[in-house]
Design a protein around this ligand. Structure first.
Ligand code: RM4
Ligand code: MN
Length: 388
């Protein structure tokens, strides 16, 4: 197997973007449990996200969701982020919470409604100019609940047209990233349900349009690493939304439900040239911490990604290729499993210490007193959550 020492520099290339919304209150359609100390505005969300980076050096940027993270001055928010040692990252659009979008946004049959949704994306692109963000990420809730409700073909054609208009505004050095999701909130059909649809749409746009793969957005038992391989092969894997799931879009801590799947995905990212300085596939989290504390929830998540990345980097590629070419099924499988079963936690603890980081970021955060300080300090105002 590859030595840990040989991969330690590659681990330093890791950057995992955090979602601002992971720090606000969230829940299910049954209940949102408020937590004391939760941020009341985007500035406080950034401050919390910076804590994750402080203890792990893994999360140098924070994604914003518009309008949830609307502020009077994005220059001030950018400066605030930089003062806290992080940058502002992907801008996520939101056309899933306004009444006018009940029957769709970019796919809506009414041209005025479509234009309102397109204008929202123009606003997001303007914000990207101010925040210095590279990516506009689009996830659409568009779809139908009943067979016959609307013309799926017409909706797809309108989507192409709307995306084209948005893409024309995307600047040099910026990207449009289109996320897919199999179902929810629409239950009969989604207008962007799978990677193939997302790929077809972004391929028609051009080089600066790519696909976002959210690991919670597939049917159970989908071979996600195959999709990773294919999109990288096609040069279209723009980003990941990492989270884990037992059933549907559970948005649980990355690697909690199936660490082996996370390993297999990262193996393919590395194989396909999407990791670190090899490529430009962005690693992001898209999670909600409904019952656990949010900052440690995010620390745990980035550490899980780092752990599986370390194991994936340990795969002896040369030996694996040789075994594959020789048709040695069991040897090839064994080489992969040797890396997966390696407990890299002690090595990563030393790796952190060598870089002036705490060996145990979870413990260091717990001992820091930050949680008590935000509970004490953030009184009054309205806590952030979905829709705020
Ligand atoms: C969606 C999708 C998007 C995220 C929203 C909050 O299910 O995963 O990426 O922005 O949720
Ligand atoms: Mn997502």
């Amino acid at each position: 197997m590859t030595n840990f020492a040989d991969v330690s520099d590659r681990l330093a290339e890791q950057a995992i973007e955090l979602p601002s919304w992971a720090f606000g209150n969230s829940g299910t359609r049954f209940k949102v449990f408020a937590q004391p100390g939760v941020p009341r505005d985007p500035f406080e969300k950034i401050a919390d996200a910076a804590q994750v980076h402080k203890y792990t050096a893994l999360s140098p940027s924070v994604a914003l969701h518009i309008p949830w993270d609307k502020v009077a001055s994005y220059a001030d928010l950018k400066k605030h982020a930089e003062d806290h040692g992080v940058a502002l990252g992907t801008i996520n659009s939101n056309t899933f919470q306004d009444d006018i979008y009940k029957l769709g946004s970019l796919t809506h049959s009414d041209a005025k409604t479509r234009q309102t949704a397109i204008d929202h994306h123009f606003e997001c692109i303007d914000i990207m100019g101010e925040t210095g963000s590279r990516d506009l990420k689009i996830w659409l809730a568009d779809g139908t609940n009943y067979p016959g409700q609307d013309d799926m073909r017409g909706r797809q054609d309108r989507l192409t047209d709307s995306l084209q208009k948005i893409y024309e505004r995307i600047g040099e050095g910026q990207r449009l990233v289109l996320e897919y999701k199999i179902f929810e909130p629409a239950f009969y059909h989604m207008d962007v349900p799978d990677w193939g649809t997302s790929y077809a749409q972004v391929a028609a746009l051009g080089d600066r349009a790519t696909v976002c793969l959210d690991t919670g957005h597939h049917a159970p038992s989908t071979n996600i690493e195959f999709i990773v391989m294919q999109l990288l092969r096609l040069g279209k894997l723009g980003s990941f939304d990492f989270n884990s799931r037992f059933y549907a879009d559970d948005d649980l801590i990355v690697g909690a439900a199936d660490p082996f799947q996370l390993f297999r995905i990262i193996v393919e990212v590395i194989r396909g040239g999407g990791y670190g300085s090899d490529g430009d596939t962005a690693f992001m989290l898209d999670q909600c911490h409904n019952i656990e504390d949010k900052i440690p929830g995010q620390i745990r998540s980035v550490l899980n990604v780092q752990e599986m990345t370390a194991r994936a980097l340990l795969v002896d590629r040369a030996a694996l290729s040789a075994a594959q070419l020789a048709g040695d099924v069991l040897a090839a499988h064994g080489i992969l499993m040797d890396a997966f079963y390696t407990d890299v936690r002690p090595m990563l603890a030393s790796w952190r210490e060598e870089r002036g980081l705490p060996a145990d970021p979870m413990a260091a955060y717990a001992e820091s007193g930050y949680a008590a300080s935000i509970i004490e300090g953030r009184v009054g105002g309205a806590q952030a959550g979905w829709g705020a």
